[in-house]
Design a protein around this ligand. Structure first.
Ligand code: SAH
Ligand code: DHB
Ligand code: MG
Length: 222
């Protein structure tokens, strides 16, 4: 099945998504740098870019950047006064991400903060940072509940929060899962479930990246 999913992704990439050639260069650079191939797919990247444009988002936060693949899709959707702040733990990933951003000439729109996202998020809250329009959570799944708490603190009514990888081949429904990433996602879903403050949905996805899905939430009031 998964080869068919990849084939269909490839068909729609050519027909509809039409990634810029520089997206392929980022993937190549990331591979050569030894980064894991866990970026969003092109169609998912384009989805994030369309979200940025639909929202007219000017302030976007990304938690978990890797080599900057999703970052570039997002940043290419920003208007001339839009900004993306990327939080990434690994110095090595951030180096690749900086090259990716440069490839697209997006340096003035993208800031990459290296370090543990929990610490960077705490610093943003302490600094009384303006709320973000869109927040993409995609770092270590164990900390999704914490990242979500911070995302809410950095939100206003109308902020959109997207969290990647919440389906994990259906493992999210396995209550006896011993996988710490699945357990992190399960706690995150429980937290969203108990909050009347957000209105949310999950879309399951298949494609070149297998069977997974993302959660999309709107903060109704802060
Ligand atoms: N958003 C990227 C993929 C991110 S993969 C894309 O789609 O292109 C997850 C990333 O989260 C990895 O780069 C990993 O280094 C980073 N990460 C893991 N733990 C982290 C932490 N505590 N703080 C910040 N980033 C973290
Ligand atoms: C993993 C992380 C991701 O963000 C992703 O999209 C796929 C896999 C992982 O850590 O296994
Ligand atoms: Mg992901």
């Amino acid at each position: 099945m998964s080869s068919l999913w990849a084939q269909v992704d490839s068909f729609f990439d050519s027909a509809v998504v039409k990634p810029d050639g520089r997206c392929g260069e980022i993937l190549q650079d990331s591979l050569e740098a030894g980064l894991p191939e866990i970026q969003v797919s092109a169609s998912q990247g384009k989805f994030l870019q369309l979200l940025v444009q639909m929202l007219g988002a000017k302030r976007v936060l990304e938690i978990g950047t890797l080599g900057g693949y999703s970052s570039c899709w997002i940043a290419n959707g920003l208007s001339s006064d839009g900004k993306l702040l990327c939080l990434e733990l690994s110095e090595q990933c951030a180096e690749v991400a900086k090259r990716s951003v440069k490839r697209f000439g997006l340096e003035s729109h993208v800031q990459i903060t290296v370090g543990d996202a929990a610490k960077s998020l705490e610093a943003l809250v302490q600094a009384n940072e303006e709320p973000f329009d869109l927040i993409f959570i995609d770092a270590d799944k164990e900390q999704y509940p914490l990242y979500f708490d911070y995302a809410l603190k950095l939100s206003r009514a109308g902020t959109i929060i997207v969290a990647d990888n919440v389906v994990r081949e259906g493992e999210v429904c396995n209550v006896s899962s011993k996988d710490s990433m699945v357990q992190g996602v399960q706690r995150f879903i429980e937290e969203v479930s108990g909050l009347s403050q957000v209105s949310a949905t999950v879309l399951q996805t298949v494609g070149a990246k297998g069977y997974d899905g993302f959660l999309l939430a709107r903060v109704q009031h802060s």
